[in-house]
Design a protein around this ligand. Structure first.
Ligand code: FAD
Ligand code: FES
Length: 501
């Protein structure tokens, strides 16, 4: 295995304490149950509690240790290159609502930080999407034109503080960055009390809607008037959101850099292969965060290469001292580039979802919390129609077709892989698909030589999982469920561990 640098944990998680909320012990009843304590769930809970509702936030792991604890945490309406496409595919009016709602989410975060004096390294920054070659310059120019047309604070620039040449960039002024977990830990502490609760280590298994909604967990049952499923991708399959999005995994490193050598602002490249760049203060000075290497979940086995590529990029482009951190996470990309926020299905009256943030959930997760709390409180939200989760869905965009074909290919192709392997082929620290007595087995050999054998058939809808060598996990290429090397659920849509052999 190549030598990868950096402590293998998200800086956001490493630099914050655990929250230590209890698991659910007794069945109970609240106005609104919120499943998932990431930015979408916690924002909704905050707003609902503020409006006088009793809420229960139910988290299967720990607060903000999902995607929101592994993000790059730029808070911006500049989503790489999106506005020219939105105007072309959805029209100027909808593009403008997208822009305004993301700006509103950014300002909601800023206002909350100021009002509550949240110590979360929040700072105003300019955001840039840059082109390094003439090939992508046209896209940058088109984005500036589109953004200006709908009232965004865009300019075209040729100079930035990046220590390498670019040919041009779109710049948005007055955007922001923060420490996402410090922000969310502050908000969640205000939830418990006066009939409201926060539960950690409590996995929701299903949500049923009748006169009252019933949330069944592995520890008991919660009844609620309304339920928000904010599990990044809904764990409730009825709305078929797993088929209206695709799971994209991406990698981040945190490198030590001297302040005078660090770029000022938040950056993202353009083209097929691009990197995301920002700095964050930490107790020893400044970390340069560099992200990239995105791919559909479960389609790359040798994920160590992704970290090595980031390290090479950081060392060749910046004068860094060391690589201190590395981590990765995934988000669900909506085929029409617009998140799904609203009812679970057209027939749902009280079950709500938020997903498809396409790697821009610091604003889109925040705006989901704003929209869903308004819907539950009966307040009209001007952005609700744009994000309507029950809208006619472009399963059939060229990208959607390609993704579905890839999923289909995995469905069939994966079953043919690994047939000739035996458990002896699995080296220490390695995971392999093997066939044992006709069963497809996902086998991992730990450092002591013991084999952990679980079913290779994903507990969601039955695709075959694939090994992820850097994270030592079993990842499903179909809809992005992930499992530890011992088969425990790490990421939905599934709620069930892999069957143990
Ligand atoms: C590499 C990367 C970099 C990114 N950088 C940025 C950025 O710079 N700016 C930006 O705007 N966005 C960024 N994003 C996107 C953003 O981080 C996400 O969109 C956002 O964090 C998603 O929030 P969430 O609340 O939907 O999910 P999460 O934060 O994952 O929260 C969902 C929670 O639900 C819990 N859960 C799941 N299943 C269950 C269950 N059965 N029962 C109970 N709880 C459950 C999970 O444990 C989790 O804590 C990035 C994404 C990636 C992948
Ligand atoms: S995530 Fe759907 S089949 Fe695995």
């Amino acid at each position: 295995m190549p030598n990868i640098s950096g402590k293998h944990i998200s800086y956001w998680i490493d630099s914050t304490p655990t929250a230590n909320f209890p698991p659910l012990i007794n069945n109970l009843s609240v106005d609104v149950a919120i499943v998932g304590a990431g930015i979408a769930g916690i924002t909704a809970a905050t707003l609902l509690k503020r409006a006088g509702k009793t809420v229960a936030v139910i988290e299967s792991q720990q607060i903000s240790t999902g995607v929101s604890g592994h993000t790059t945490a730029k808070v911006t309406s500049l989503h790489q290159l999106i506005y020219a496409d939105l105007i072309k595919n959805h029209g100027e009016k909808k593009a403008q609502i997208y822009a305004q709602s993301n700006q509103a989410a950014l300002e909601f975060v800023a206002k909350t930080v100021t009002e509550q004096q949240i110590d979360c390294d929040f700072s105003r920054q300019s955001a840039y999407t840059f082109a390094e070659t003439e090939d992508h310059l046209k896209d940058i120019e088109k984005e500036v034109e589109a953004a200006l047309k709908i009232g965004l604070p865009a300019t075209f620039v040729r100079e930035t503080s990046l220590p390498f040449p670019i040919v041009g960039a779109v710049k948005f002024d007055n955007q922001a960055q923060f420490h996402s977990r410090k922000y969310l830990l502050h908000l969640i502490k205000q939830i418990p009390g006066n009939g409201s609760y926060v539960f950690e280590n409590t996995r929701v298994l299903k949500v049923d809607e009748d006169n009252l909604c019933q949330v069944t967990t592995d520890k008991g049952i919660i009844q609620a008037q309304d339920v928000i499923v904010a599990t990044n991708i809904p764990i409730t399959d009825e709305g078929l959101f797993f088929a209206k999005t695709y799971p994209k995994r991406s990698y981040i490193i945190g490198a030590r850099i001297a302040e005078q050598k660090a770029p000022v602002g938040m950056y993202i490249g353009s083209g097929e292969k691009y990197y995301s760049i920002r700095t964050t203060p930490d107790k020893n000075g400044l970390l340069l965060l560099v992200g990239g290497g995105g791919h559909q979940v479960g389609t790359v086995e040798n994920t160590e290469e992704k970290y090595l590529d980031l390290e090479n990029y950081a060392r060749s482009r910046f004068d860094i001292d060391s690589i201190d951190y590395r981590w990765s996470t995934q988000d669900f990309v909506s085929f029409d580039k617009i998140p799904y926020v609203g009812k679970l299905t057209p027939l749902s009256k009280h079950t709500f979802v938020a997903t498809g943030f396409s790697l821009w959930g610091m604003t889109q997760g925040t705006l989901s919390g704003m929209i869903l709390s308004d819907q539950i409180l009966g307040i009209e939200n001007p952005a609700a129609d744009l994000y309507d989760s029950t809208r006619a869905t472009p399963f059939l965009t060229p990208q959607g077709i390609k993704q579905n074909l890839e999923v289909g290919a995995h469905w069939v192709g994966d079953r043919l892989k690994g047939l000739n392997k035996s458990l002896q082929d699995v080296a220490i620290g390695e995971g392999k698909l093997v066939t044992v007595d006709g069963d497809k087995v996902a086998a991992y050999r730990d450092q002591t030589g013991d084999i952990h054998a679980v079913s290779a058939v994903c507990s969601h809808l039955g695709c075959v999982v694939a090994w992820n060598s850097a994270e030592k996990s079993w990842d499903c290429p179909c809809h992005g469920s992930r499992f530890s090397c011992k088969g425990e659920v790490l990421h939905g849509p599934t709620v069930k561990d892999l069957k143990k052999f």
